[in-house]
Design a protein around this ligand. Structure first.
Ligand code: ADP
Ligand code: GLC
Length: 478
């Protein structure tokens, strides 16, 4: 039996701001339970809904030193869908109405979390063979593990994995302040360790000190070795390429299942979609005040509204995108200029554009179920889950060929009758528009072909089944 503790800053169903939460909360369910005991640890944010917090069971508490402060560490536990979750409690750090705030606060918050997580291990009654870290918030864990905790016998031999979900966010802050906060001595802050470009960099620490480094698709694992995608760490990624690999994400096929999903208006499956899926479209049109027309080509976009997602391309050709024979449904929050851009077009083309500038799990499922196509023209995309959700709901993804989008969406080939979606290569608004119009043409003028694309998409398997096996292999190799 191998014990694995997956540590992250968010996990469904407790707290989610993006795909990391989907991964941390769902992957652990899919391991072979006779061979792997995979548990999860996240902060006990006060913004986790009460329905979960009230069920958490207090295990123990103790104190640790962080900078000049002595800090309380509470440990809570909850079993959810057969997986044990641990929660690190400290309301000074994990209070407030959202998990993240200003970077300087988060830097201290996640130094605390990393130290507390490791300090809690001896009292959990669960000694992990492997600690699986995720993103910069947990970047200090491999550092502390190797350099500090390796002195204690309990910690000896524990291996660590650093999974990069997004290289853009590295946890960068003033070197001197980070020295104070972390208590790590000077020698860790050199350019082959925690220092990068004169600052301290948590993710870099994790990448340097972890025994293995992974990211969430094979293509992204290659891309980040190049300057364009490397976010100034491409040299390090090349240097670590012998321990770096890409394992594509899956999604939770129980949670995202058009046949049983209680959040959508009308259930359907791979056999009945031709007769049943459109009812979701009409119901959504009604709910959002769009023209009710089951034949209208409806494009969806569910996303954090940031540059990463290719929204400047969308903004550039928005008038042409929102042609009269198209409906465009947006669900997302993020940068103000994109929020306002979508609000503007909602006002301008009221009968065919709907901008929903908020976060709603329910609405996201409705959009995945209702739309004909899903637009995801990302500038970069480590994996992307939304396109997988779309495929699952028979909604045809239109994506840019980058990262996980390239690895999961097979472009339609009309001559060979292949493909599960539409894609374009260059980061260019008119190239995107061209491919959207191509998709629209297939939808309106070659309906049988369209339905076959849907059919092939719904048949693909991006459940965790195959990727969980790859993580098992990785765990076994350590
Ligand atoms: P990222 O993690 O970069 O944001 P992913 O595609 O991996 O991108 O995951 C995004 C996740 O967040 C998906 O589960 C998507 O449905 C969800 N999501 C994004 N924006 C919203 C929103 N406004 N309301 C509900 N869910 C959202
Ligand atoms: C990040 C990436 C996204 C990926 C998700 C989960 O947020 O932006 O592409 O799917 O992490 O790994």
């Amino acid at each position: 039996m191998k014990n694995v503790l997956l540590i992250a800053s968010e996990a469904v169903p407790f707290i989610k701001t993006g795909g990391l939460a989907d991964v941390a909360g769902s992957l652990p369910k899919y391991f072979d339970k006779t061979k792997f005991d995979v548990r999860v640890m996240i902060p006990k944010y006060t913004c986790i809904p009460w329905e979960y917090r009230e069920k958490m069971v207090y295990k123990t508490h103790f104190y640790i030193d962080l900078a000049w402060r002595t800090q309380y560490v509470g440990v809570f536990e909850l079993e959810w869908n057969g997986v044990t979750f641990y929660f690190i409690d400290n309301e000074f750090y994990f209070g407030g109405n959202k998990p993240y705030s200003w970077i300087h606060e988060d830097i201290e918050k996640f130094a605390f979390f990393s130290k507390a997580a490791l300090s809690a291990l001896p009292v959990l009654g669960f000694r992990p063979d492997i600690i699986h870290c995720n993103d910069w918030q947990t970047g200090l864990i491999p550092v502390y593990l190797k350099e500090r905790f390796s002195q204690g016998e309990f910690y000896q031999g524990i291996k660590s994995i650093m999974t990069i979900h997004n290289l853009k966010f590295q946890g960068i802050w003033d070197l001197k302040k980070v020295k104070d906060i972390t208590g790590l001595p000077d020698e860790y802050f050199t350019s082959d360790k925690l220092e990068a470009y004169d600052d301290a960099n948590y993710l870099k620490g994790g990448i340097v000190y972890a025994d293995r480094v992974t990211t969430v698709s094979e293509t992204y694992a290659e891309e980040i070795k190049t300057p364009f995608y490397g976010e100034n760490l491409d040299g390090l990624m090349r240097a670590r390429s012998n321990v770096l690999s890409g394992i594509v994400n899956g999604i939770d096929y129980d949670e995202y299942n058009p046949e049983t999903d209680k959040r959508i208006y009308n259930n359907y499956n791979q056999v009945t979609f031709r007769k049943e899926k459109w009812k979701n479209k009409v119901a959504l049109q009604k709910e959002l005040g769009l023209t009710e027309d089951k034949g209208k080509f409806m494009i969806g976009l569910v996303s954090r509204l940031t540059d990463q997602k290719g929204l400047d391309l969308v903004a550039y050709v928005m008038d042409q995108l929102c042609a009269e024979d198209v409906q465009f449904v947006v669900l997302g929050t993020g940068e103000e200029r994109y929020e306002n851009m979508f609000r503007h077009y909602d006002w301008k083309y009221n009968d065919r554009v709907s901008a929903n500038i908020y976060y709603s799990e329910d609405m996201s499922h409705k959009v995945y179920a209702a739309c004909d196509a899903f637009l995801m023209p990302s500038l970069f995309e480590p994996c992307g889950l939304s396109q997988l959700m779309s495929l699952r709901y028979g909604t045809v993804p239109i994506v840019r060929e980058t990262g996980g989008l390239k690895d999961t969406v097979e472009p339609y080939n009309e001559y060979e009758g292949k493909g599960t979606g539409f894609s374009f290569a260059n980061y260019n608004a008119h190239e995107m528009l061209g491919i959207v119009n191509y998709a629209k043409d297939v939808y309106y003028n070659h309906k049988r072909e369209w339905n076959k694309i849907v059919d092939r998409g719904m048949k693909t398997d991006f459940s965790w089944n195959s990727s969980a096996r790859k993580y098992e292999e990785l765990y076994n190799s350590l």
